[in-house]
Design a protein around this ligand. Structure first.
Ligand SMILES: Cc1cc2nc3c(=O)[nH]c(=O)nc-3n(C[C@H](O)[C@H](O)[C@H](O)COP(=O)(O)OP(=O)(O)OC[C@H]3O[C@@H](n4cnc5c(N)ncnc54)[C@H](O)[C@@H]3O)c2cc1C
Length: 472
């Protein structure tokens, strides 16, 4: 097999606003990762670990540096149909996993809004799904992982064998070592479809009330928000609730255990390639039509509510964003920034309302808002709170002045979130500074994380643009 070489490439975050040139290596074996660590150490540099590059900001970029892209290590080594446990190389994607599992009646417990993310990236960021309030983050379905440390040690880590390392490497944004194999628990599903409800929420408080009313019974809850709406309609949106089927409840749904019936179609109406859709979205964004598009979507919500519940495949429910390939290109040339604050429940309505109003005042109105409910977890660099998150996608202006204005606006919003005891999620962050790191996690957690970094990576071989920004 050919030995991979370092290539000069452009490496950006998913939002295309951060990143730059880097030397990239795509290893196919653990030995090649170890060799790369040794070489970079000898040369006196640092290296960033990267999965599919789905983090919006700079979590897997290293401008002017080196990047280890793990996507070529994408083999599912085994899947046990009696337990639903998969053993995966780090570059296996969520799509690879569900395609392997669904035929046996299993589905990943926690998935993101795109199926492109890798197991390594999902664990390192400890991603959450639309069921975070119920099942917790991705880390809670990791049974074990193998970690190659910068010094070349290969460790097999479980929550029992080394609880500190387990709970810090998961959530530790690739700072403690490279996960080279992960053992993932999936969950049983009794149909290839779920029962889905569209529910119109007239404002932010209504949205939050629905989350509180339904979270005890619903398997998944997520709300799309029209963040252009103001006044009494501020924070309005459409909540989607999805419930799994009980055994025998949907015999017809067994047909949808066929992977091709779960995947997103490549064409719209069977004819138009979906790759052609983003230019239309580009026009809507750049010619000021987002308020109209949002208004139309909100109106369509009443019709959906009338026809609810309806049946939808797991793939269609979870991966709506994958329906339009390269949709992020609609924000070119500036790219996009996602700002996703996590706010404690008691402060949820006040803080989120304030942030939406600030976006209007600053004229940086997000074209997309997504509201979720969360619960705390045990991972060291956790982003979760007992409360809510609101992901806001904001186009980045092309001018330097506009860019600075957006970053200033986001930092002002971050201040309000931090004052309220909120947190941030590094897969989505682009603005926090070193001074905020301890405010997000608390002094004790940060000291513990720094001590683990010192223990496993004393020469700071693993660095990303994010880790440098946070002073890790
Ligand atoms: C359209 C879209 C929707 C999304 N929806 C959600 C969502 O619903 N919920 C959510 O939580 N997130 C969501 N995300 C964010 C995404 O899940 C995270 O950014 C995830 O970490 C991306 O995985 P990746 O494989 O692309 O990793 P990358 O983004 O390439 O890397 C993420 C981090 O993992 C580290 N890393 C990568 N591989 C390894 C490894 N083998 N060992 C150790 N560290 C490693 C990197 O250094 C980096 O710090 C979404 C992203 C997109 C683009």
């Amino acid at each position: 097999m050919k030995t991979p070489t370092w290539n000069d490439e452009q490496v950006f975050g998913f939002g295309m606003a951060l990143g730059g040139p880097a030397k990239v290596l795509r290893p196919t074996t653990v030995e090649q990762i170890a060799d790369a660590f040794a070489k970079v150490k000898k040369d006196g540099g640092s290296v960033a670990l990267r999965g599919a590059g789905c983090s919006y900001g700079d979590a897997s970029t290293a401008k002017g540096g080196r990047v280890l892209d793990l996507t070529a290590m994408n083999r599912i080594e085994s899947f046990d149909p009696t337990t639903g446990v998969a053993v995966c190389q780090p570059g296996v994607t969520v799509r690879d996993l569900w395609r392997r599992a669904i035929g046996y009646g299993y589905w990943p417990k926690v998935v993101s809004g795109t199926m492109a993310v890798t197991m390594g990236g999902a664990a390192a960021m400890n991603i959450h799904g639309k069921n975070n309030y119920a099942l917790g983050p991705f880390g809670e379905c990791v049974k074990s992982f193998d970690l190659l440390t910068p010094s070349g040690q290969q460790l097999h880590v479980t929550a029992e064998s080394d609880p500190d390392l387990f709970h810090a490497a998961i959530s530790g944004f690739g700072m403690l070592g490279c996960m080279t194999r992960l053992e993932i628990q999936t969950k049983r599903v009794h149909s290839g479809r779920m029962r889905v409800y569209g529910i119109v929420a007239q404002d932010l408080e209504h949205n939050l009330q629905i989350l509180e009313d339904m979270h005890g019974e619903a398997d998944y809850l997520v709300s799309w928000l029209d963040l252009h709406a103001k006044g009494i309609a501020l924070g309005r949106g459409i909540m989607h609730r999805a419930d799994q089927m009980k055994p025998g409840e949907d015999p017809e749904g067994l047909r949808y255990f066929e992977p091709s019936l779960q995947d997103v179609p490549l064409k719209m109406f069977g004819a138009v390639p979906k790759g052609w859709l983003w230019p239309g979205m580009w026009c809507a964004l750049h010619f000021g039509q987002v308020p109209l598009v949002n208004w139309l979507k909100f109106q369509a919500g009443s019709r959906e509510q009338k026809h609810s519940p309806y049946l939808q495949t797991h793939g269609a429910f979870h991966f709506l964003l994958d329906y339009v390939p390269r949709w992020q290109w609609m924000t070119k040339p500036g790219g996009l920034l996602q700002f996703q604050p996590f706010v404690p429940k008691a402060e949820g309505a006040r803080v989120l309302r304030k942030l939406i109003e600030m976006c209007h005042d600053a004229q940086h109105v997000p074209y997309l808002g997504v509201l979720k409910k969360h619960r705390p977890d045990k991972f060291l660099m956790t982003h979760a709170v007992d409360g809510y998150s609101l992901a806001m996608d904001i186009p980045v202006p092309t001018s330097q002045k506009g860019r600075e204005s957006l970053w200033r606006h986001c930092r002002e919003m971050a201040e309000i979130v931090l004052e309220a005891g909120g947190r941030f999620y590094y897969a989505k962050d682009a603005v926090l500074l070193e001074s905020s790191f301890a405010r997000v996690h608390g002094e004790d957690a940060v000291a513990k994380f720094r001590a683990l970094k010192q223990k496993w990576d004393p020469e700071r071989l693993l660095q990303t643009d994010l880790s440098r920004r946070l002073g890790v």
